[in-house]
Design a protein around this ligand. Sequence first.
Ligand SMILES: Cc1cc2nc3c(=O)[nH]c(=O)nc-3n(C[C@H](O)[C@H](O)[C@H](O)COP(=O)(O)OP(=O)(O)OC[C@H]3O[C@@H](n4cnc5c(N)ncnc54)[C@H](O)[C@@H]3O)c2cc1C
Length: 411
Amino acid sequence: MKSTNKPLRGRKIAVVGAGIVGACCAAQLTYEGAQVTIIDRAMPGMSGPSRGNAAHIASSEIIPMSSPGIALEALAMLLNPRAPLKVPLAQWASLVPWLTRFLFNSRGVIYREHIKKLAQLNNQVSADVERLYALTGLSEQLQRDGALYLYESQRSLQKAASGFAIRQDYGFSSEAIGTEQLYQLEPELAKIFAGGYRIPQWMTVSDPKKVVTGMIEYSCTNGAEFICEEIQQIDPQPADGRAGVQLLYKNGQSRSFDQAVLAAGVWSKPLLRQLGTPKLLEAERGYNTTYTQPGIRIARAILFGDRGIVATPLDHGIRIGGWAELGGINRPPNPKYFQAIEAMATEIFPQLQTQQRYRWMGHRPSTPSSLPIIETSSVNPNVVYATGHGHLGLTQGPTTAKLVQELLLQV
Ligand SMILES: Cc1cc2nc3c(=O)[nH]c(=O)nc-3n(C[C@H](O)[C@H](O)[C@H](O)COP(=O)(O)OP(=O)(O)OC[C@H]3O[C@@H](n4cnc5c(N)ncnc54)[C@H](O)[C@@H]3O)c2cc1C
């Protein structure tokens, strides 16, 4: 696939962060002729939630976390050790601004507005994923097997129905399935489910880490450079007063570019603050265990609505996990959460072989609206922000890259 009119030809563009969002931006901008420099303090695919996430291209996920009634639901979850929401005691004070906005967003009118915005974004996802993966030679990473959302009681099944009706209204189809059909589709499941929904348009990737490295490899093969350095500062305006942007590295050096994309996940927060454009962004930590010799097979992504966990077939096993811990960026993973999720994994899949496994925890960059921050900086029009993708960075990466390109072209 060749671009005909290379609108960014020759522009020197820095992409800060080589997670999935930065990697998609780098590939898109390289394709459009820009001279791309990707900067990450770690090697691509080695850091951040992009490395070990659940691998879902979950385009129908348009219901924001902050919804009417969330305050009471969250309270009940915080009191239940098996529930998927956690907040360490020491974290509460620093979360006040984020949580205040989160609760404000649960008002019906704002909730509906956020659904609409998420649907507008996610309606573009399938086409953008297919396009960028084809361009970068990653199409074979995509598994187009859909997903199952399962519930363990009639009560939770009925409660979930309104969410699927909303998704349907915005063009994301789903089909209600009964127990007979679901055990035919996934015979390894324990017989504890009341029913669920099949979502045909959902995709998964074989390994999210390989998608990140594949996008960076495409970019570097086609003229981009990768620099392993930490960015300490993005100057609102370059010292010499010319248009552009200057980046200061941790090693004390600095370098000027025509434009820059800030895609450093939750670690964008200090850079945004230092630029004078602070954003409400918090680390929503998720936990999973990948069973590399699971001894069972599942045919598609399965989401367990009552437990806040998902199971995904990968090229090297089955990954099971999820949960949301508003735990900041510095604290080590909580081993109890791995243990709880692993106990659930064997309840759900009684034949699961658990000896060969590895554990992982990652920091979702989450906003109180569940909407990503994709915008031109108000202090320097040559800087575009691409962060805050929360639960959907892998899903929205290619669409974000397309939107980032459009924003860069406005200057
Ligand atoms: C358990 C779990 C499951 C998930 N499942 C899914 C899923 O199934 N589907 C989905 O769509 N999403 C999922 N997500 C969310 C998804 O992983 C994230 O939204 C996504 O990875 C965010 O990507 P990013 O590129 O914005 O940030 P990151 O992956 O955090 O990448 C940021 C990069 O910036 C670098 N960096 C940071 N600061 C600096 C600096 N100052 N200088 C240089 N480099 C810097 C970091 O080293 C890192 O490589 C999941 C997340 C978790 C935790």
